[in-house]
Design a binder for this molecule. Sequence first.
Ligand code: KG4
Ligand code: ZN
Length: 334
Amino acid sequence: MNILAFETSCDETAVAVVRGGRHILSNAVLSQIDVHALYGGVVPELASRRHMEVVAALTGQAIAEAGLDRRDIGAVAVTHAPGLIGALLVGVGFAKGAAFALDKPLIPVHHIRGHIAANYIAHPELRPPFAALVASGGHTLLLDVRNYTEMTVLGSTRDDAAGEVFDKVARVLGLGYPGGAALDRLAAQAAPGAAGAFHLPRPRVEGNPYDMSFSGLKTAALSLLNSARMKNEEVDRAGLAAAFVGAVCDTLVSRTALALQNLGYETCVLAGGVAANTHLRRSLARSLPGALYMPPAALCGDNAAMIGAQAWYEYVSGASADMALNGYASGSLG
Ligand code: KG4
Ligand code: ZN
């Protein structure tokens, strides 16, 4: 079945056509970075307006690039949670219209489930169960994925998301917005051993052993930069970037290794925008015992192909919505 999928939860307008959960027929993504860069972060109202301006044309483009006619679409899928509520509602409203006009089922998809499903497209042999680490601009979660539609959260960040702290430190380093990828590139330029000159804390979280915390680490890096600035001292920016990325990844990797060990799973899946981070990919590959699956960089960030992939499994398990479907700024994965 060909699923027409929509993703508008944040600052990417995305429409894709995916066949049978695993094959991308088209994957159109229109980033709004230029709209928000001026403000140093996503402006929710501007995001909603931009989604409205482009979603119809992008839909035509996605169907044409798939080489299909509207009548070849078997179902319509949309991210309904979590995300910016105004932005989500544009996608939900448009998808409802499309499903109604085509007289096809409407399938709501949780954004985080979609990120995980990017791996089903990239790795045909991948099947649950597995442990998943999902790290993005809004979420940092460790999950026990028992099957395609049943998963539980083992632990999560208690404060900032990993992508969020990458973006904040990148901004103070003058790398623009969103700075995660630029910080990754800067860290790669550090001289061997340069990161060792910076002493950043490894946060300890009481209680749930899978929970994480990144805001103390962020504050430590920012105050290091601040005090150097006040003393008019030069900072080795690449060294600091490498130390910071390394510290964040240490937490992510150690929690993921613990989850794998305790669950007794052989397989680990990485997902979300931060999954594009080269240091994280390398250290997970080095540290984890079993098979590690990661999406290619192009499917790490927000896209609609991942929503179309997950939608197939939601559909098979019997999930569908009617015209009363709403969007939700937060929503549980269960
Ligand atoms: O999943 P995503 O596209 O959007 C959300 O659902 O939030 O993730 C975006 C996040 C941003 O914080 C961005 O800076 C970060 O992913 N990111 C990276 C890299 N590429 C994107 N962080 C670290 N290293 C990268 N290479
Ligand atoms: Zn995302």
